[in-house]
Design a protein around this ligand. Structure first.
Ligand code: KMH
Ligand code: ZN
Length: 274
């Protein structure tokens, strides 16, 4: 197990609003400032959603390009990963708009999942279309695993679509409707990944700490930020994404993990040098 740790920050997501936490960033400049502070705190990748100024989620290519350009300007060392998940209810074509930003990586969700009172729809043809779109654009995927069957879908996808070599996965646990954010689910899923895979884990809401602590102890990487949780502890809102990153870096260092350098983070994830 490598002791090097890659922290991904997900600064806003598509669903977190200022009613949940007044510090959630919306504009390209606000998202870039949060990304910069998170980089300084130890984040090595940023998972990007774009918002309009009023906070409405968008996969508009122009807005994504503007958001990614602002991030690259503020924190050129960060690996930029865009969302192709967008917000629940968006069409496949709409969701692929984010690829216009020419990111290092993009998400590829490996199956449908209940998402609170809605369904985050990722049927097999959409998965294939997205895998081919990423391969065609030379963008490395991050396979999003929200539930146990998604790993079986990922294996099906690897056999069907041009997914070359070992893949990087994010175990997104604790979505109401998906696999629960428990330590046992983290290790059960991580144990089933194909040899050579890399993985991170994300715990939604109050499953944040059990999930990231287990991932840190198990050799995985971690994702966190206002997309995934808004509190430091029950009833206490985080004042910035960087505050969440700082705490996880402290936990990781106590557990014997060291923050990967930007260069090593790219190597570990199979990305070309910056
Ligand atoms: N907003 C969720 C419905 C991703 O970024 O790829 C989907 C999501 C996954 O956030
Ligand atoms: Zn996302």
């Amino acid at each position: 197990m490598s002791d090097e740790l890659i922290v991904t920050v997900a600064p806003c997501g598509a669903e977190t609003m200022r009613t949940h936490n007044p510090a959630v960033p919306f504009t390209p400049a606000e998202i870039a400032a949060e990304a910069r502070r998170s980089f300084e705190a130890g984040a090595r990748m940023v998972h990007v959603h774009a918002r309009w100024d009023d906070g409405a989620p968008t996969q508009d290519g122009g807005r994504f390009a503007e958001t990614v350009a602002a991030i690259r300007d503020a924190a050129p060392e960060l690996i930029v990963q865009v969302s192709t998940g967008g917000a629940v209810g968006m069409t496949a074509a709409e969701r692929l708009g984010s690829l216009a930003a020419d990111p290092d990586m993009a998400t590829l969700t490996c199956g449908s999942v209940n998402f609170g009172g809605s369904i985050f729809e990722n049927p097999a043809p959409l998965m294939l279309e997205f895998a081919r779109a990423l391969a065609g654009a030379g963008i490395r995927p991050e396979l999003e695993i929200f539930d146990f069957g998604h790993l079986d879908n990922a294996a099906w996808l690897a056999a069907k679509a041009p997914l070359e070599g070992p893949q990087h996965h994010d175990l997104v646990l604790g979505v109401p409707g998906g696999a629960a954010g428990t330590p046992r689910n983290v290790t059960a899923l991580a144990d089933r990944l194909p040899p050579g895979s890399t993985w991170s884990a994300t715990g939604i809401g109050r499953s944040h700490l059990p999930v990231v602590v287990t991932a840190i102890a198990s050799g995985g990487h971690v994702r966190l930020g206002f997309e995934d949780q808004v509190e430091l502890e029950p009833g206490r809102l985080a004042t910035s994404n960087a505050e969440l990153v700082e705490r996880v870096v402290r936990i990781a260092e106590l557990a014997g993990r060291t923050v990967a350098t930007p260069r090593r983070a790219r190597e570990i994830l199979g990305l070309p040098a910056a």
